[in-house]
Design a protein around this ligand. Sequence first.
Ligand code: ADP
Ligand code: MN
Ligand code: MN
Ligand code: MN
Length: 369
Amino acid sequence: MAATLPYSGSNTNKKVLARYLDIPQPSDVVQVEYVWIDGTGVGIRSKCKTMDFEPMAPKDCPIWNFDGSSTGQSDGSNSDMYLHPVALFPDPFRKGKNKLCLCEVYKYDKTPAETNHRHTCVDAMEKTKADRPWFGIEQEYILLDNDGHPYGWPKNGYPGPQGPYYCGVGANKVYGRDIVEAHYRACLYAGVKIAGCNAEVMPAQWEYQVGPCEGIEMGDHLWIARYIMDRVSEDFGVIVTLDPKPITGNWNGSGAHCNYSTLAMREKGGLRFIEEAIPKLEKRHMTHIRGYDPTEGADNSRRLTGLHETAHINDFSAGVANRGASIRIPRQVAADGQGYLEDRRPSSNCDPYRVTELIVRTTVLNESD
Ligand code: ADP
Ligand code: MN
Ligand code: MN
Ligand code: MN
């Protein structure tokens, strides 16, 4: 039913692990988990380094390397890739002084790796920082059993039709809340700006929101939130998919709505600036679509069908409170005359660096094709 996925190997007894994690960590060592985006542009990799002091900023962490031929990032004959630390978070898994260290990936010749979209995003955010761009991304995802079947669904059929599951409560409406709760608390511990979470329309589908974040922080915080989700679900022996439409038929797909504002939009009378951004976004619709998933729009075309609260991938539309539009102006924003807009097009497996970069380049820097 779902895409081919590997079986989970995570079935050890976590109570046994707890005995070993009870061994005191020597006070003069810190474990720093380096985290990066692999060659698929969706997958996340990490590896750990012992350090003899507690790093307080990314620059305290040394540049490191890894075997790019094993991550789809280089060929075997020239395989060393570089990890440049860019953001540091308290590690919710090891706790104490231990850290998660998000990295950008560079090739041996110091050029950014193909899937390093942070590099150009930083440039766009630098050029637009006077406009104070804020973002909030709603990350939708679906939990799968380790056989690739949606988590908690009957093995030989389907649950009842969509309707009772969105923001649902009760054992017959909610599938996998333990994982969601664990992820939320771990994100709060790590200092990720997680804004909330809710059960989604399809059973076993969930959403968490990260934001508002200013500039480059949006991508950094969302990628670490995704990493934490992968680790939490690994502990539970459950798989998270960011595929935008793993189940065909009358089941909702997953998006990553990007809420966006500049300082001018947030201030009194800001609705005028929100309205000014819309024709700019319309003119570059297909450019945005190509940047809103890792496959130039192919993945997203399975989701943006015009059904299930989406606009068709080839059509641009905007409207107040319209969840069938590409761009929605929330009802409250229209009423207040200030606030933000929601770009509903990004796919759940988008790279937030690409999405936020495109938005500021189009609406603030007035770039065109
Ligand atoms: P929806 O009604 O579409 O489900 P959510 O409540 O799930 O919206 O998500 C709204 C997101 O918008 C949150 O991540 C929040 O942080 C973000 N947000 C709120 N205000 C702003 C703003 N002024 N600019 C950008 N993002 C904002
Ligand atoms: Mn939402
Ligand atoms: Mn949603
Ligand atoms: Mn939304």
